[in-house]
Design a protein around this ligand. Structure first.
Ligand code: H79
Length: 465
């Protein structure tokens, strides 16, 4: 079984080895293990594009975009894709959103263009969220975008083909918890039995049937759309076990050996900080902090922070609490400086449009990435043992990138010692001009211009001896 690497060595602070992570997996546990066994070099190869990408687009799109946060005149304050739970909507009522889902403005070319122009290298989209509605053409249910909506077209066919055409990796989110499947009912007494709920109960006599259903859908997803990542969620229900997770992990990797799978396929994640527990080896290839970036660097762990741009994943018509593009760029930098990926969400409308405020912010992030992308893609974590007073750092062989958030008042940037000699320094925003470097007892000093070329984050590229 190839599993998420042990987190025993996880919280070692900021000192990150620049070398390839060590491999501690391959704890063989029978047939499923044999099916996905791989050498460290093979794992390295499989994870390579994902580690280099550093920046992806999350897309939450489903029937919940129809109510857009509002049901029977009441505006819910919670996340939009959970409206079936928060508004306590029974299945037969929620199903009525399907005839109203008609995304005539959906334009796969435009969506992929927006992601690519932002500097994103992959797209992860909800094939089925907790509400159980399949956003792809599934043969094992009619509760899908082709069979149940007036749109009748397979949006995932269009998007997967377009992503491939424009050179982005295409990936699927898939929820294990399912509020629509007859095997499951709401756990809370306060909820209608067929409404959404924080957890579902499963009829033990029907669990095998549901697992078979999931496997059939996952086979459809892998064979018909050729995704590169499967991003599971909703795994916290009591009836889903780590053993189920390992089995499902092996199943999907057998379908496509190069697949990368998140740690929510099993029971490994530690709450919303999303990294894997260290009491045993858990299924999955990377940790999934949600709405947070780890406080410090993590050694030998692959992880990806998923984040919303406002306060919802699925579209809400009245959520205007947008993060600034400065915040988004700095979060991307922060994640990269700690050796992780940044998966930034958009929630398109039921008409098929990515909200304007998201498009504007992604364009701004893209302008920054156009100039500074080399300090993000293919980088590893900061070599500094303690947080930097003025910003963040990322590394590449022979290079150190300093991302200056807080510009020094006198233009003199203090860089703590990091055990290497600086050969030359330039600003990525002004590659022609050299930055003077002088040595100090505790590191080096850089003589920067008096004002920052980019107030969001100006990157100083240091060539190392
Ligand atoms: O798809 C988006 C959200 O709909 C979904 N994940 C992102 C990517 C999400 N599900 N739940 N939440 C967000 C918040 C709820 C978390 C909890 Fe728990 C579930 C609290 C208790 C059960 C996390 C998992 C903490 C403990 C287990």
């Amino acid at each position: 079984m190839t599993v998420f690497r042990t987190a025993a060595s996880v919280l070692l602070g900021w000192l990150i080895a620049s070398s390839a992570p060590s491999f501690t997996g391959l704890r063989a546990t029978g047939d499923t293990a044999a099916a996905t066994a791989e050498t460290p070099a093979e794992r390295e190869q499989r994870m390579r594009w994902w580690r280099e990408a550093r920046f992806g687009m999350f897309i939450h799109w489903g029937l919940y975009a129809v109510p857009a946060g509002e049901y029977q005149g009441k505006r819910e304050k919670e996340i939009g894709e959970w409206i079936m739970s928060w508004a306590n909507i029974p299945r037969v009522e929620y199903e009525k959103f399907a005839p109203r889902f008609n995304p005539t403005a959906f334009d796969a070319t435009e969506w992929v263009r927006i992601a690519k122009a932002a500097g994103m290298k992959y797209i992860v989209i909800t094939s089925k969220h907790h509400d159980g509605f399949s956003m792809f053409d599934s043969a094992v249910t009619d509760y899908d975008v082709v069979d149940a909506t007036p749109y009748k077209k397979d949006v995932m066919k269009a998007l997967s083909a377009e992503a491939k055409r424009q050179g982005l990796k295409f990936c699927f989110y898939y929820s294990i918890m399912d509020w629509h499947h007859p095997s499951q009912t709401a756990d809370s007494a306060s909820k209608h039995p067929t409404a959404g709920d924080r957890k579902t109960k499963i009829d033990p006599a029907r669990k095998a049937e549901y697992v078979t259903y999931m496997k059939a859908q996952l086979q459809e997803l892998v064979t018909a759309y050729d995704p590169e990542v499967l991003w599971f969620d909703g795994e916290w229900v009591d009836w889903w076990t780590e053993s189920d997770g390992k089995e499902l992990y092996a199943y999907v990797r057998r379908l496509k050996p190069s697949l990368i799978v998140n740690n929510r396929v099993g029971k490994g994640r530690k709450g919303m900080d999303g990294l894997s527990k260290d009491d045993q080896q858990y299924a999955g290839d990377f940790g999934t902090p949600e709405q947070q970036i780890p406080a410090s660097g993590l050694k030998n762990v692959d992880w990806e922070t998923c984040m919303t741009m406002n306060d919802t994943w699925g579209f809400k018509s009245y959520d205007e609490n947008w993060k600034s593009s400065e915040t988004l760029v700095r979060q991307l930098v922060d994640a990269a400086s700690k050796g992780g990926n940044y998966l930034l969400n958009v929630g398109p409308t039921a008409e098929g449009r990515i909200p304007g405020p998201s498009v504007e912010r992604l364009a701004a992030v893209g302008r920054w990435m156009q100039v500074n992308g080399e300090a993000i893609y293919g980088t590893t974590a900061s070599p500094f043992a303690a947080p930097l007073a003025w910003g963040r750092a990322t590394s590449k062989p022979g290079m150190l990138y300093l991302h200056v958030f807080d510009w020094p008042a006198n233009g003199e940037l203090k860089v703590p010692a990091f055990g290497r000699t600086v050969k030359a320094a330039t600003l990525l925003a002004n590659r022609g001009a050299q930055v003077a470097v002088s040595t100090a007892p505790d590191g080096v000093r850089l003589a920067l211009p008096s004002s920052p070329p980019d107030p969001i984050a100006t990157v100083v590229a240091l060539q190392l001896q």
